[in-house]
Design a protein around this ligand. Structure first.
Ligand code: AKB
Length: 348
């Protein structure tokens, strides 16, 4: 019996070291012990960012180290190769139990209600967006988890914010429920860092474009929907008008940014509210023109709805000098490159 226990102990260590050695990215800042102890919990893993982030983190740290959770059952994408648990992000006790059971060291909180849906259900959006954040911040304060990633958004800006090259620090008077929840969340992240030395890190994501998982309930979602119509050779009727320029980014760049900020040394992270992040800026006519270079017959029409007002309150382009200086951020994917990748993957 004792021999069996010794064997199990050593085979466990061996497995971990093997997983570590199979990792194909260099580690700059974490020690080997930190890497071996790393256990990541993703809350809201089945969404647009969560799916790709989970797959990427598993590739990097090993499947068993990244625990995906969502309020919905998984379709096999995240539960086949690694642990998947049902979790309501508003349930403090259930979140705490998972953190203890899996010996979690880092949490990525991605559960949130986005801008368009939040305007329809203001109180539900506020409850979800704030309660889930307080749950992880308080678990961090109690030292049950060491590091936290929480996404903010360009929605923290409002109609009185300068629209071009919006600075890191500027007027912030968001006019949407989602924006108010993200702006408040940023204040709380900074507060928990200053008051309790909590290592919480954040990015203000622009609209994200991806093909693996569709976004849901956002104002920038048109820039994903348009590709789905284009590959079916259908006309796209856009819910924003043709002049609506918004900050956007291809998902690969967004995931790379997320990993970069989380891997940077603690002292490098000087902004503890949330970092501006710039990728692309385009309007519906420009994305349609990019698609027409590949599919000349593609057509777009315009029927703006309530989302126009949300989009009109947001910046058109973002100044991300702070992210460039503090953790070497640089966007890579151009509009035309993104169009090629989107059309190719959605057609296959
Ligand atoms: C939304 O449109 O609500 C989101 C965002 C910009 O945060 N994509």
């Amino acid at each position: 019996m004792v021999l069996l226990q010794i064997y199990e102990f050593y085979s466990h260590i061996k497995l971990e070291i093997n997983e570590y050695e199979s990792i194909d990215y260099p580690y700059i800042y974490d020690s080997k012990t930190d890497i071996l102890k790393k256990r990541i919990l993703i809350i809201g893993a089945s969404g647009q960012i969560g799916t790709e982030l989970t797959l990427c983190l598993r590739k990097k740290y090993g499947n068993s180290k990244v625990i995906a959770t969502d309020i919905r059952e998984d379709d096999g994408t995240l539960s086949t190769d690694g642990p998947f648990e049902i979790l309501d992000a508003m349930d403090y006790k259930a979140t705490e139990d998972l953190i203890i059971r899996y010996e979690i060291t880092e949490v990525y909180l991605l559960a949130a209600m986005l801008s368009a849906t939040a305007e329809k259900f203001p109180m539900r959006a506020w409850d979800l967006n704030m309660t889930s954040l307080f749950n992880v911040l308080n678990l961090g304060k109690e030292q049950k988890v060491k590091k936290i990633f929480w996404p903010s958004s360009i929605a923290v800006f409002g109609p009185t914010t300068p629209k071009q090259h919006t600075p890191q620090k500027t007027i912030m008077e968001p006019s949407t429920v989602y924006g108010i929840s993200k702006q408040t969340g940023e204040r709380w992240c900074e507060y928990y860092h200053k008051k309790y030395d909590l290592d919480v890190r954040s990015i203000r994501y622009p609209g994200l474009i991806s093909y693996k998982t569709a976004p849901g309930g956002g104002t920038t979602d048109y820039a994903v929907d348009i590709y789905h119509k284009a590959v079916k050779h259908q006309k796209y009727n856009c819910f924003l008008n043709q002049e609506t320029t918004l900050p956007m980014m291809f998902i690969d760049d967004a995931i790379r940014a997320t990993l970069s900020i989380m891997e940077a040394p603690k002292e490098a992270i000087k902004v503890r509210s949330s970092y501006n992040l710039s990728g692309l800026s385009f309007n519906p006519t420009e994305i349609a023109a990019s698609i027409q270079k590949k599919l000349p017959d593609f057509e777009i029409g315009y029927t703006p709805d309530f989302r126009q007002k949300i989009a009109d309150s947001w910046p058109q382009s973002i100044d991300d000098t702070a992210a460039q200086n503090d953790w070497a951020w640089k966007n890579e994917t151009s509009l035309d490159k993104m169009t090629s990748i989107m059309l190719e993957n959605l057609s296959s």
